[in-house]
Write a protein that binds this ligand. Structure first.
Ligand SMILES: NC(=O)c1ccc[n+]([C@@H]2O[C@H](COP(=O)([O-])OP(=O)(O)OC[C@H]3O[C@@H](n4cnc5c(N)ncnc54)[C@H](O)[C@@H]3O)[C@@H](O)[C@H]2O)c1
Length: 403
């Protein structure tokens, strides 16, 4: 280990500018205190959810110059022109699936002999991702889904999340809210769903089994959780095997259909890819007994697990309607429509907490590995090493070459 190790928190420059950051002022302070040979340097930003002054008050250097840093931490892709030659960067590069919009950036990374470590590729031994913003996507998505239901039915009102300073302030507004009887189906089992369940708990919404949600009515609000094991069944042997499902989801049928006639709200947090059967079909939406009035599609793939996801709404205006018969986009709260809450950057509504959560995970699983000469964990997540694709990512060669 060298004497002074400098970590730079770069300004988010991709437009629109992201307001999240890898470490909060308090976390930076903690790092400098516990690792005296580490210095944190923060590039000034008018968009970050923590102000430059907050970092300065925590004793952290705020400086434009990032050249002296050993590693640079961002969140979103770095515009090609702003990449500093020879540096080591960590951010979500969105290049591992050969995303066309980031091809030029990867070429610039190669030309500038940069080392790129992608947060998304930092995984535990079983392949589970170490880092993500899913928890607060779940928190915000569940809140917004319930808010849409309250607005639609006129039965209760929620404040917008981004009007609160942080999570603590947001949940303070739950005090005194009287929720009507309603049945909520929550799907998934990862970070997003953990965030959704946090909101269910904070609002005192009671858990019931999947069967009870289908078979019974309640005079208080209830939810059930449908993990992949409750949602999918092998087409032939009618069982669920997690590993086999992950490898061959096309061999599984989806069992969600009874819930379209039972639930008032669907909060969707599953992992999905195009081989996995949709939760229901457009034909189900035409069913006169289709009961779901609001879908908070946190998974959020256009025409993905939810057929009537017609694309992203925005944080400013997060809900639109979809006519169940004509499939047309409508204003929210129309009798013939289902209301859709589909927003792709939900954690940005609660950026201070989302950043702290991210920094906690980064600290817990990755930080010390970044200070030592390359470890296996970091190697596996390194897409480019001093401008050369690593063996693990050599399949990106044609993409890098411009194909
Ligand atoms: N709308 C938003 O702002 C937002 C923000 C974050 C995440 N998301 C999306 O929400 C979804 C869930 O995210 P998460 O953070 O909960 O993910 P996660 O990685 O925490 O959990 C994913 C879950 O899916 C399972 N899984 C993993 N690989 C799988 C495979 N190949 N096939 C089937 N299941 C698999 C895992 O066992 C895990 O339980 C993702 O599609 C993600 O892109 C949306």
């Amino acid at each position: 280990m060298k004497n002074q190790f400098r970590i730079g928190l770069i300004r988010e420059a991709k437009i629109p500018q992201d307001n999240r950051v890898a470490f909060t002022p308090l976390q930076c302070h903690w790092i400098q205190h516990h690792y005296p040979h580490v210095q944190m340097i923060v590039q000034p930003s008018p968009h970050r959810c923590f102000t430059d002054a907050e970092y300065q008050q925590a004793g952290i250097t705020v400086a434009e110059e990032m050249e002296s840093c050993d590693i640079l931490l961002g969140i979103k892709e770095v515009p090609a022109t702003q990449l500093i030659p020879g540096k080591t960067y960590l951010f979500f590069s969105h290049t591992k699936k050969k995303q066309p919009q980031n091809q030029r950036m990867l070429q610039e990374i190669a030309e500038k002999k940069i080392t790129l470590i992608d947060y998304e590729c930092l995984t535990h031994a079983d392949g589970q991702r170490m880092l993500g913003f899913g928890f607060f996507a779940g928190v915000v998505g569940a809140h917004n889904g319930l808010m849409a239901y309250g607005n639609r039915t006129g039965s209760f009102q929620f404040k917008r999340v981004h009007q609160s300073h942080d999570f603590q302030e947001m949940i303070a507004h739950y005090f005194g809210v009287m929720l009507p009887p309603m049945k909520i189906a929550v799907t998934g089992s990862g970070r997003v769903t953990a965030g959704v369940l946090e909101i269910m708990g904070l609002l005192g919404i009671k858990y019931v089994t999947p069967d009870a949600l289908i078979m019974q009515e309640f005079d208080y609000p209830v939810y059930t959780q449908l993990k992949a094991g409750e949602l999918y069944l092998h087409k032939t042997d009618k069982t669920y095997n997690r590993l086999d499902f992950h490898q061959h989801p096309e061999n599984y049928d989806c069992k969600f259909r009874p819930f379209v006639r039972a639930a008032d709200i669907l909060i969707n947090g599953i992992y999905w890819d195009h081989r996995i059967e949709q939760l229901f079909s457009w034909d189900d939406l035409k069913d006169p007994l289709f009961r779901i009035q609001v879908i908070a599609d946190i998974t959020d793939d256009a025409s993905g697990s939810i057929p009537c996801n017609l694309g992203d709404a925005t944080i400013e205006d997060p809900v639109y309607g979809v006519d169940r018969l004509t499939r047309a986009r409508t204003a929210p709260a129309q009798p013939q429509s289902v209301d859709m809450m589909c927003v792709g950057n939900l954690p940005n509504e609660l950026p201070r907490d989302a950043s702290q959560y991210f920094g906690d995970q980064l600290m817990k699983y990755v930080f010390t590995e970044l200070l030592t000469p390359t470890t296996d964990l970091v190697k596996r997540a390194t897409i480019m090493d001093k401008g050369q694709l690593t063996a693990e990512f050599s399949y990106l060669q044609d993409y890098l070459a411009g194909a």
